[in-house]
Design a protein around this ligand. Sequence first.
Ligand SMILES: [Fe+2]
Ligand SMILES: [Fe+2]
Length: 203
Amino acid sequence: MANKTDYKEEFCELLRSTGRDGIDEVIEYLESVGFFKAPASASHHLAVEGGLVEHSVNTCRAALAIWESMSQFDTSLQFVVKRDNVIIAALLHDVCKSDSYEKSMRRRKNDLGQDEMVPGFKVVNSALPIGHGEKSLVMLLYNTSLDLTNPEMLAIRWHMGPWGLNFNSGEETRLYDAANDNPLVPIIYAADLLASRIIERTQ
Ligand SMILES: [Fe+2]
Ligand SMILES: [Fe+2]
């Protein structure tokens, strides 16, 4: 398993491999908001310093694997969704988490079944409480000059899949359904799920 520095290196290399304009600016921005030190969650997957960049790389690895394997069933997929679309959406889907946690002590059971307090993280109120995928998009679009494509924006917005959907809203349900017509949307949803539930299940 790579160390935390390696995950940051791999993250930056993958981003640069897309050849997009403004990548260095994006990396600088992510550094300034704490992306590379943030955990991926408060108490679930990768609740450790540097967990967010590790999770983002895991999601990208899973997304590329899904994209390549699904292309065997539909060879047109590689023309509809390009490698750089997969990398950009996967690596940047959780930028919203950069400022979502702060260090805190948390209670857990030790091997003897006794409660003990250990260092961990807690969720803090966001300065921009507008929703998960939406916040990632706003942060990137407002603070960097990265030119996101429509499918990349949709994949970031809807990366939580049905878990981020308000089923009381007929309009939102229709929009989500329409967004899934773009194959990048289900690829990123599946990759995020597989990263957290399989690649990171023991971490
Ligand atoms: Fe997320
Ligand atoms: Fe995620």
